[in-house]
Design a protein around this ligand. Structure first.
Ligand code: AHG
Length: 282
């Protein structure tokens, strides 16, 4: 695992440089979700594949930017699914973005996930790596230095509601409003990495990206976004659900499958489950 941790650190330094210097214009290509790729998305994808190609323990990789997985070394132990630059459409307005990595043994199944990591590129570059604990690291010069372990409180204060309100179920709107009515504050940038990073570092709260009338299966991708953050939140003492089931119990038939998702501290996730259970019975 140390070799993977080091490879991710190298990708972060190179991606930071690409964000700072690379032209962010649109390419002529679309990714697997039908979104036009930025030249920067393609560059970041290439950087990660190059760095991972040199790590003997990595068997197979799947990138959010590619249709299919790629076998790098069939005798390797680990399978890594990554989103090279989540929220890349926010680079042109200079908001924070991030890279996300889910690390599995033997296959891309949530039950086989052994570690998870994200890098947030903001005013500073930080990396959160969850294995047995969830640990924060800060880029200082050419090295990531350990800062602290991240532990979520039982209950937080932040509310980050994703998706278009017009397309929410009425009970989802009631749920979101009920937190605001209790004094929770809105914190939402439109980039899940910085939005979830804020909840993790400010003690807790709720991030939601529900099923909506235009996207009944949610927008966020299981392998590239949902499972990695579910693992991180649960390792940090929080919880994660699709409204009904634990996100880490979901399957994944195709590498680009999506799911509604809720990440937060235990109190907020319990409320989500109760509200969704009551409305499923109606
Ligand atoms: P992308 O990488 O395609 O820019 O998607 C970003 C994701 C995620 O980071 C964020 O929470 C969500 O999309 C926001 O989506 P909408 O603005 O479409 O609701």
């Amino acid at each position: 695992m140390t070799d993977i941790f080091s490879a991710i650190q190298r990708t972060a330094i190179r991606i930071k440089d690409a964000i700072d210097t690379k032209d962010i214009g649109y390419s002529q290509q679309e990714n697997s979700s039908g979104e036009t790729q930025l030249q920067l998305d393609i560059k970041c994808d290439m950087i990660i594949q190059e760095e991972f190609s040199g790590v003997a323990s990595i068997n197979t990789v799947a990138s959010e930017e590619k249709e299919k997985e790629i076998v790098l070394n069939s005798s390797g132990k680990y399978f890594i699914a990554y989103d090279p630059l989540d929220g890349s459409s926010l680079v042109d307005v200079n908001l924070s973005v991030g890279s996300i990595f889910g690390i599995y043994e033997k296959s891309f199944e949530a039950k086989n996930m052994v570690a998870s990591c994200y890098v947030v590129f903001g005013p500073r570059v930080e990396m959160v790596f969850a294995h047995n604990k969830t640990k924060l690291h800060l880029l200082q010069g050419e090295n990531f230095e350990f800062v602290k372990e991240i532990r979520l409180g039982e209950k937080g204060k932040l509310n980050a509601p994703g998706g278009t309100q017009q397309n929410w179920e009425p009970y989802h709107k009631e749920l979101v409003d009920s937190f605001f009515a209790e004094g929770y504050r809105l914190r939402y940038s439109g980039g899940m990495v910085p939005d979830l990073h804020q909840i993790l570092l400010k003690g807790g709260g709720l991030f939601s990206y529900p099923s909506t009338s235009d996207r009944p299966k949610g927008k966020l991708r299981r392998l590239f976004e949902v499972f990695p953050f579910a693992f991180i939140f649960k390792t940090a003492g929080g919880d994660a659900t699709d409204g009904e089931r634990d996100l880490m119990e979901l399957g994944c038939a195709h590498i680009h499958d999506t799911s509604p998702c809720f990440f937060g501290s235990k109190h907020e996730i319990q409320r989500v489950k109760e509200v969704y259970a009551n409305n499923k019975q109606r």
